[in-house]
Design a protein around this ligand. Sequence first.
Ligand code: H79
Length: 495
Amino acid sequence: MKTLSFGLLVSLVIAGSTGGRAQVQNEKWPTRAVKHPVPSVQDTESAAEKDARMKWFREARFGMFIHWGLYAIPAGKWNGQDVPGIGEWIMNRASIPVADYKALDTKFNPTQFDAHAVVALAKAAGMKYIVITTKHHDGFAMYDSKVDPFNIVNATPYHKDPIRALAEEAQKQGIKFGFYYSQYQDWTAPGGAAYKTGDHKPPTYHWDPAQNGDFATYLHTKAIPQLKELLTNYGTSPAIIWFDTPYESGYRSTDNPDLDKAHGMTPEWAGEIVQLLNSRKDLIWNNRLGGGYPGDTETPEQYIPAQGYPGRDWESCMTINDTWGYKSSDHNFKSTETLLRNLIDIASKGGNYLLNIGPDAMGNVPSEEVQHLEAIGKWMDVNGESVYATKATLFGPEAGSVSKTEMGKDGKPKFVPEWKWRSTTKGDKVYVHLFEWPNGTLHLDKVPRSVTGAYLLADPSQKALKVSQKGQTVEVSLPAKALDPIATVVVLKTR
Ligand code: H79
């Protein structure tokens, strides 16, 4: 592909490889066959170049998502009322007028924010990268922007740039750092898009005349110039650009450019952004740019796909409680057991786990989130070898099965996960993560390799466990008790 001239490339019809898969459940962001007006790195690089670009991401397996912005101040309450739903959507859900929401900036002074501690927390959890909201749908820039005054350095008493502090710490502590940027929705910039909520009216679903304007003007005067700042002002960061919500809620692709234009990112608009992204050779970006660009990663939100996405890189993003942005009333934290099982489940399907934290208005990470991440880190310190840089399971049925009786919300038979064990591989090793401890013997069917030995990963002496193999059936003698109450890893040495 590299030798093709630009002219030839633009005339190629490049099929979106994902065919419009559900991402947020029940939602499809179309990546149908389109002519990419600007070829993206994925269109032009060789397979070897792609492998080199994706290498660190494929080995990382575990990252930290950070949703942090002005919405941490109301923290889920407006005028004394609880606002239902995810915290960072409060402006939309409560139909807060632009001027009232913007006035939050004078109250934002997160003096407790400690970039060193946040990066250290990610590292302690065993996370290999961080992605933070540089601008969410509320339009507030969490970094030093010369393009738009509604930003943390210019408009708040804090006057500092947490993105710069985090970029420096990430560099120092050796962890990749990526930027979330809401390119389509912007609820405080005239012309920015808004998803339909409650009684907001089509075609714009705006709730304040101050939001009215021309989308192309917003794109050209705010989103693109801000993305340019983000791509040029932070040294080796960003390693990732994480786009979001490129089409109006519920929109289905029609191959009608005029309809597209009214309902989301057109190929032309997305292409202007791609032009910028192409300036950073090593950049990874997700499938939420819109305009028919599939990007690098599938991004299932708040769920783990039954089988992963064979042939595609992917990352499940999930909350620890029920919100991304901080909500003072949300204490519905998942257990460490659930979080760890999710991480192992995702690794066993060849994906990454992007697990969110939501710092509060002072910049503190909620203590429950810190505790869970530290607990995961303790397990990863011992067992990380069975997660990092591994490949998906050699088995498959252990993840669960399609129900013969139950139907899912989409009307298709429901996938029912099972939580007895998972498996990953690396080189000649097969890792078996046991959530339930078998009585005496681990029995495995359909092992496609010869097993030459076994030991428990958490056993510092790596004492050999007795193994017997008949054809593809393997039995491993186990000690009476699991070494870890959540997941004990059996390592099979194979050839
Ligand atoms: O940044 C996080 C979310 O804010 C954003 N993506 C993650 C990473 C996002 N998640 N879901 N969506 C955007 C689509 C929106 C869905 C809903 Fe709603 C928001 C469902 C309930 C609240 C919009 C408002 C649709 C119904 C009410």
